[in-house]
Design a protein around this ligand. Structure first.
Ligand code: SF4
Length: 337
């Protein structure tokens, strides 16, 4: 199977529950950022996400309050670098006890520290950031040796029985032959999924590394083809969207983001406003406006966190899409000889 059945089942139950309650908008994945402290300063990451002081982190109780308020079946623990969060093992256990699924997003440098205190569980997936092969990844993270450490941690995670997937951002400079080489390499390591998302041009992030919409379409036409041969876990409908073959409204409420500064609106990327409570956030963002993508900052955006939820919420509208997703779920590309 391309995607764990127990996550799909819980997501379907969550959708049925919200349909029954008459909720037109409800979150799917909580993006939980317990801290904005990091041991790297990667290209493409905004300084707000890595410059924070550890003492300003969310408490364990605040993290769990966010998990309870959002109610989502899936929690993505990101940041900052979550393995720096001192209470990480306790946080993971408490989320598992709530019968949610966790993606623990990490650069891998301190993953050994988590392995010493944590334990594998079917509700926990380790998600290692990898933006290319050795030279490219070490350039992106601005430190030599990080690629080798990340790969060691992927192997160690698999050896210890964890579900391990990877997360790659495609930039303007990303070489598609290298991307395929990376997919083949990771497939050979036995990773459980390769998530590939577009980096996109938005003035606040600066630099020349982010792509405009047409460039994303060109690159993702190739990624779409790679997904037939490697265990890429981005859905085929999202990849078709990224390749310019279909269109979606944004679903900024699908992946709400809780940070040490509060609930972040309107979306994972745009720092419009922070809200002190879930109620203020959910009722305070103009969702109609942000769904429409009319804001100039949305022009080149094909963000995974904004549009994978759109795939989910519009799935029932076209039987052909349900068939495409069902076929994708059944397929399971593994290592090539
Ligand atoms: S289109 Fe992108 S930038 Fe705009 S609200 Fe959606 S996710 Fe955010």
């Amino acid at each position: 199977m391309r995607f764990p059945v127990h996550i799909v089942t819980d997501m379907l139950k969550w959708q049925a529950k919200n349909w029954w309650r008459g909720n037109a908008r409800y979150p799917y994945v909580l993006m939980l950022e317990p801290l904005h402290t990091c041991n790297l300063a990667c290209l493409g990451c905004s300084p707000e996400r890595y410059n924070g002081d550890l003492k300003d982190r969310l408490s364990l109780a605040e993290c769990l309050q966010a998990v309870d308020e959002a109610g989502t079946p899936v929690v993505s623990i990101c940041g900052g670098e979550p393995t720096i969060y001192p209470e990480l093992p306790e946080l993971v256990e408490a989320i598992i006890a709530r019968r949610r699924h966790i993606y623990l997003c990490t650069n891998g440098i301190l993953l050994e520290r988590f392995f010493r205190r944590g334990r594998p569980h079917r509700r926990l997936s380790i998600n290692v950031h990898l933006d290319g092969m050795r030279a490219t990844h070490d350039f992106v993270v601005d430190r030599a040796g990080v690629f080798d450490t990340a790969v060691e941690m992927i192997k160690e995670g698999k050896r210890r029985g964890y579900s391990v997937c990877t997360n790659t951002t495609v930039y303007r400079e990303t070489d598609l032959a290298e991307l395929e080489e990376m997919c083949a390499f990771l497939t050979g390591l036995g990773v459980d999924g390769i998530l590939i998302s577009p980096g996109y041009h938005y003035e606040k992030l600066g630099g020349d590394h982010f792509m405009y919409r047409e460039e994303i379409h060109r690159k993702f036409s190739r990624v779409l083809e790679l997904a037939t041969r490697y265990p890429i876990s981005s859905t085929p409908l999202f990849l078709q969207f990224a390749a310019g073959q279909r269109d979606y409204p944004c679903t900024p409420w699908g992946n709400p983001t809780r940070t040490p500064k509060g609930w972040k609106g309107p979306c994972y990327l745009i720092e419009g406003q922070y809200y002190g409570s879930w109620k203020e956030f959910w009722g305070g963002v103009d969702w109609n406006y942000w769904e429409s993508r009319q804001d100039p900052r949305c022009q080149n955006c094909l963000m995974h966190s904004g549009f994978e939820p759109s795939v989910v919420r519009t799935l029932g509208q076209r039987p052909a899409d349900i068939w495409t997703m069902a076929k994708w779920m059944q397929s399971a590309p593994r290592a090539h000889s």
